[in-house]
Design a protein around this ligand. Sequence first.
Ligand SMILES: Cc1cc2nc3c(=O)[nH]c(=O)nc-3n(C[C@H](O)[C@H](O)[C@H](O)COP(=O)(O)OP(=O)(O)OC[C@H]3O[C@@H](n4cnc5c(N)ncnc54)[C@H](O)[C@@H]3O)c2cc1C
Length: 394
Amino acid sequence: MIGGGPAGLSCALSYVAAGGDPRAIVVYERARYPREKPCAGGLGGRGEAILFALGAMPDVPAVPVSAASLQGRFGFRRVEPARNLPGGTIGRVVRREAFDGALAECARRRGIRIEEGCSLLALEEGAEHIHATFTDHTGLEKSLEFRTVVGADGVGSTVRKSLGLGRGLPYAQVVECDTETTPYDRPRDELHFDVEDRRYHGYAWDFPTLVAGAPAVCRGVYVVRWDGCDEVGVRDPGPLLEERLLRLGARPLSKKRKRFAERGWLPGTTISSARRLLIGEAAGIDPVTGEGIAQALESGFDAGKFLAERQSPARWSMHFAHSRLGRDLRLRTGGLAPFFGRSRDAVEALLLADPTLLDAATRHFAGLPLERAATAAALLRGAAAAAEYKLRRR
Ligand SMILES: Cc1cc2nc3c(=O)[nH]c(=O)nc-3n(C[C@H](O)[C@H](O)[C@H](O)COP(=O)(O)OP(=O)(O)OC[C@H]3O[C@@H](n4cnc5c(N)ncnc54)[C@H](O)[C@@H]3O)c2cc1C
């Protein structure tokens, strides 16, 4: 396993849970826990369910959330799909340093070896083995041979590059910072998205969080590009975030801005070979929202079982494309252009006028059953509105 984030760790845990021998796998992680990972930490019920199934939910401080809200050009809407359910939450906001460190600890307790400070440099696939070059925690270069290598090494994946795959589109630039709370913040049980600004393809967010145990707000801007998108938009989220902080009167807790990229899933990409397979953000995540923790956990969970069943890594690409997650990501990638492209006004107006779609998206994040007929009807209405809007603009 290359990479000890949610994808690599859930893959290792799932492999062992499915009867695989923990001594047969090693997780190589470039950093040391608690390692920093720029992330707003929004973990929905769908991701939580995987961790519960693995018996590996990290016991770390978190802010429980029960609602999502959308501010658009044409208004505002808040949905609370779990309102009448026991617990009433749709997920939680975690701090990734603590969360990933605790997940790694859990994997260690199951007998999984994690080599920290070990960075993969290169891979060479042979008929019998795959040859890997690393630098270890002392900085020394070493060579090892494996039967299979799982690329769970995130957005800059070395394993992905070794498969000849480029950076790829959709691709997003993201910047975030933690701020003090303000009197004008949304309630602390809410994940807030702001899609009002038309200067870029993407959105801004405000998520409740805890910094050193004290209430704070993680605010950020997500700017995405996809194949065929208009190039008129602003590409750099940095100035957009500074402007927004000023407008909200939100005081950052530090001068540091956490910048990172995110890779969306591109259907049709071959993400495995005879001895290599990609999971998590190395493969691609949801390009519309940039949600990636649940996707990393789900692909890791699936891949762990897949490997414990001794299936050939070459089949992973097809397996993933037809999995529940693969189908979901395909749908989402298809939603990028309608949502952030030329028909943005129409889709946004529909989302704000009719709560069904926002409710469905939030239910999906929360892992709650979808009201299928109503969602399908709302999707059809959305597609019709987008098509009509495009025609009128011609
Ligand atoms: C600013 C920002 C905000 C976000 N907010 C959210 C959110 O609120 N909710 C959500 O669901 N998602 C969010 N995401 C996305 C989410 O953080 C990622 O999709 C998720 O972490 C992917 O998990 P992963 O395990 O695939 O990769 P990662 O978490 O990136 O883990 C990859 C690991 O591989 C290691 N590694 C990399 N290269 C090597 C190498 N050569 N050798 C050894 N190890 C290596 C890295 O050190 C890292 O630990 C956000 C992303 C960003 C950038």
